[in-house]
Every structure is written in structure tokens, then in C-alpha cells.
Design a protein around this ligand. Structure first.
Ligand code: MD6
Ligand code: FE
Length: 220
């Protein structure tokens, strides 16, 4: 990863760093997905038509406020019996929609920029946040291959991402994530606790009153 050079900084007024190391192994790539965002949103449409967003139940019997779907050969699901990856969408009984080429290409490129070469995701979890929706602190540990990073792409309304440590009670940093931002996350912090604060209402020029997050993983 390049570091400490002027080209890490935007030439515009407030010199926002375009690459920000959040912790060892975790990097925020500001605006990395902006050039391909229209293509991603175009390719998301048939995915959602085939596998609609749904509010999953937690093992504890609550309903998640974030609605979810998946594409790729494996999809993340939750119900009363736990969290796991499944080959088939439980709603339709059919395989999850294929991962669009624009998705896997972006994930591979972002991972490489973050220092992880050869990332080939087999699962993309699509999260939709409407105002008030939140994701409480959790670890992503249902993947067989935690040596691979996770690539997370934010679209639509901005949200506050909480990034903590190895223990639930560790202090968290608050990271605002905006349309086009990408977080690449692996290595020593792959199992860090993290979450998303309740989405503040607003109107995004492309997505309206919602935030969509794509997280790419190597699940098996
Ligand atoms: C979200 N993201 O940003 C939820 N997990 O909507 C996650 O839970 C997440 O962004 C692991 C790595 C990056 C993430
Ligand atoms: Fe997560």
C-alpha cells in the first residue's frame, strides 16, 4: 500500500485523505466506487427482482431493521436456528442470483488497492437501510476463510460506521461512510467488532431515502 505521499490527498479545498488506514489491515478508500456506482445500481436491479430484500429474524427471535438479500454462489442468512451461508434463497428455494461482473471486478480492484491481491468473492450480502435502521455491534465470523478480506461498498445516504476491537467492549471509532466509499478489511482486524448507527433520514440524489451496502466475502 502506498503511504505518506501527496497523492493520498485530494487536490480540492479541504484535503480529505482518499485512503485512510482505520487499523492494521483495514483501509477506507474514499469515493473508490464512485466511477462505477451507476453500473452497480443498474446491475443490482435484476438481483433484487430475483431475490427481494427481506427482514431476517435473529436467532433470538427479533426482526432485523436492515433488510437483506444476496448474490453470488453463497448467501448469508439468519433465522431462529442461527447465522450461516446457504446456496439457495430460502424465499424462492432457488440459487441466489449470480454475482454481476461489475460487482466482483470492483471488489477485486478495491481489495488489491487495500493490499490484498487475488480476492475472488463468492458471496455478496446486500444490506438496505431505511431511516432508523441499524446494525448492532457484531463480528463477521461465519465465513470459512477468514484469511480473505471483506470489501464493503456504501451507496446512497451516509451512515456512521462503528469500528471497534477484538472484544465487544473495546472502544469504537466512528467513521462516516458516504456514497461511493469502500472499506477493505482483513488481516489482524478481520474479526473486529463493528456496526452501523441508526440511519438518519435524508434524501440522496440517486437512491432517495435509503442506504445500500454491498459486502463481499469469501465464504467457503
Ligand atoms: C454496513 N457492514 O456497512 C454493514 N462487515 O452496512 C458490515 O457489517 C461490514 O462494512 C464487515 C466488514 C465491513 C463491513
Ligand atoms: Fe459486518
Amino acid at each position: 500500500m502506498e503511504n505518506g505521499t501527496l497523492d493520498l490527498f485530494d487536490a480540492s479545498t479541504d484535503a480529505q485523505p482518499l485512503e485512510q488506514v482505520l487499523a492494521p489491515g483495514a483501509v477506507l478508500l474514499r469515493g473508490f466506487a464512485l466511477p462505477v456506482a451507476p453500473q452497480l445500481l443498474h446491475d443490482l436491479k435484476p438481483v433484487i427482482a430475483q431475490a427481494p430484500f427481506r427482514n431476517l429474524a435473529t436467532p433470538g427471535g427479533l426482526t432485523m431493521s436492515v433488510s437483506m438479500t444476496n448474490c453470488g454462489s453463497l448467501g448469508w442468512v439468519s433465522d431462529r436456528s442461527g447465522y450461516r451461508y446457504e446456496r439457495y434463497d430460502p424465499l424462492s428455494g432457488r440459487p441466489w442470483p449470480a454475482m454481476p461482473e461489475s460487482f466482483s471486478e470492483l471488489a477485486r480492484n478495491a481489495a488489491e488497492r487495500g493490499g490484498y491481491t487475488g480476492f475472488e468473492p463468492d458471496a455478496c450480502l446486500v444490506n438496505r437501510y431505511q431511516p432508523g435502521a441499524l446494525l448492532s455491534l457484531h463480528q463477521d465470523r461465519d465465513e470459512a476463510d477468514v484469511a480473505a478480506p471483506i470489501v464493503s461498498v456504501s451507496l446512497g445516504l451516509a451512515a456512521v460506521f462503528l469500528f471497534g476491537g477484538a472484544k465487544r467492549g473495546d472502544q469504537t471509532q466512528r467513521v462516516p461512510l458516504m456514497h461511493g466509499d469502500v472499506v477493505v478489511w482483513g488481516g489482524p482486524t478481520r474479526l473486529a467488532f463493528h456496526g452501523v448507527l441508526a440511519l438518519k433520514d435524508g434524501e440522496h440524489e440517486v437512491l432517495g431515502r435509503q442506504r445500500v451496502n454491498l459486502t463481499f466475502r469469501r465464504a467457503e
